[in-house]
Write a protein that binds this ligand. Structure first.
Ligand code: ZN
Length: 242
């Protein structure tokens, strides 16, 4: 089976459509959460994701805040503003959809979590120590996470004594070796200094992971964010990719 892996769309419909146009034909789509928050197109993104074939979709921390599952006390002030704006425009059926999602699940040989298997809503997997600890919280050969917006791979090395971090080359395919944690990066707000939308294709038969990047019309998204009076920093970071 070939599965499209997307995460952290953050209400950026232009980036999401660029990814869906660029991606090869797949048998299923797994979305690791944060459909909304930051960007100008929350309703359109929820609708677009819901219509994807054989979808498995997780809730992210922004989705949970917008739909009232968690409060926004641990959000910074700009992220909170984005949550409030999203709540002011999001339609009830989209809210209900987000509210019904869960933050982690297991499917075949893969554990899926928005942030981490230990703390699926909040924890960021950005360093090898945190990743190492998280290998105790799933039993499958592979785990896929989003949330950090960084396309990285953490692999258990040396008979389970250390964890290694690597950054896959964009638009290339790598053989997956258990046990490992993979992050496909962010569709709608990349933070690895590459502003192109990121996604991955997981081939479960060949056991390969292909990280892909695709350019999109960033300026049109920034124009819609300005019109919606969304925070300036979130507008600027799209073109910086940071
Ligand atoms: Zn996110």
């Amino acid at each position: 089976m070939r599965i499209l892996i997307i995460s952290d769309i953050h209400a950026n419909l232009t980036a999401l459509d660029a990814v869906l146009d660029d991606a090869p034909q797949v048998d299923a789509v797994w979305c690791l959460g944060d459909l909304v928050g930051y960007g100008p197109d929350p309703n359109e993104c929820v609708k677009r994701v819901q219509a994807l074939p054989n979808l498995v979709c997780l809730i992210g921390n922004h989705d949970a805040a917008v739909s009232g599952v968690i409060d926004t006390t641990s959000f910074n002030s700009e992220a909170r503003l984005a949550v409030l704006w999203t709540q002011s425009v999001i339609e009830q059926d989209n809210l209900d959809y987000l509210r019904g999602l869960s933050p982690q699940t297991e499917i075949d040989s893969v554990h899926l979590a928005h942030g981490s298997p230990r703390q699926p809503v909040w924890e960021y997997l950005l360093d090898t120590r945190t990743a190492f600890e998280n290998f105790n919280y799933f039993d499958t050969p592979f785990c896929f996470v989003g949330h950090s917006h960084m396309p990285v791979v953490f692999r258990m090395e040396d008979k389970q004594h250390t964890t290694d971090l690597s950054i896959p080359k964009a638009n290339s395919s790598l053989k997956m070796v258990p046990r490992a944690i993979y992050n496909p990066g962010s569709v709608g707000q990349p933070r690895d200094r590459d502003p192109r939308a990121a996604y991955a294709v997981f081939d479960s038969d060949r056991q390969t992971w292909s990280l892909q990047r695709v350019s999109y019309d960033i300026q049109s998204v920034q124009d819609r964010m300005r019109a919606a009076r969304l925070p300036q920093r979130h507008i600027q970071r799209l073109s910086a990719g940071w």
